[in-house]
Design a protein around this ligand. Structure first.
Ligand code: GNR
Ligand code: NI
Length: 169
């Protein structure tokens, strides 16, 4: 699946709650998992593939080499503790990374692809990833958490990159 990138409007639009777990959704989930690993990434939100539905996929062991994919439908962060600063990147924000302050430990509630309740407790990288993905569903990018100056610098860099691509054809 194509991954939409900043400043596409779909990344700024809050996604809608899922009301029905049907075959279309199963296919979407499979495609999202494939797209995430192909990228490669440790998480992916439906907004990033142009679908405004509240579903995220992620790897439960983001530091390991093997695949351990998981899905959360209608995820909600119900608990967050302590703070952590992490250098974040995003498949929808090419060629940029920046430190963002997040909760170091979170509990995220949702349902799995079969509609069964699923609670995930996570810390450090996985906790950061889950907050980053739930942000996507709310139309927020990690660059919305950095200083206006840093964001302005990124926008300038992006403009330049897009212009160079245009010139190359
Ligand atoms: O692959 C990803 N790595 C990452 C690293 C630090 C903080 C967040 C992330 S999420 C990112 C994939 C992505 O853009 N998900 O929305
Ligand atoms: Ni992202």
């Amino acid at each position: 699946m194509k991954i939409y990138t900043y400043p596409d409007q779909v990344l700024k639009t809050p996604a809608e709650p899922i009301t029905e777990i049907d075959e279309d959704l199963q296919h979407l989930i499979d495609w999202m998992i494939e797209t995430m690993y192909a990228a490669p990434g440790i998480g992916l939100a439906a907004n990033q593939v142009g679908v405004l539905k509240r579903v995220i996929v992620f790897d439960r062991q983001p530091r390991e080499k093997g695949r351990d994919p998981a899905v959360l439908i209608n995820p909600e962060i119900v608990l967050g503790e302590s703070q952590i600063k992490w250098e974040e990147a995003c498949l929808s924000v090419p060629d940029f990374s920046a430190e963002v302050v997040r909760k170091a430990q979170v509990k995220v509630k949702g349902v799995d692809r079969h509609g069964n309740p699923l609670d995930i407790e996570a810390e450090d990288l996985l906790a950061v990833c889950l907050q980053h993905e739930v942000d996507h569903l709310n139309g927020t990018l990690f660059i919305d958490h950095i200083s206006g100056l840093k964001r302005a610098l990124y926008k300038k860099k992006l403009k330049k990159m897009l212009k160079q691509q245009e010139e190359k054809g």
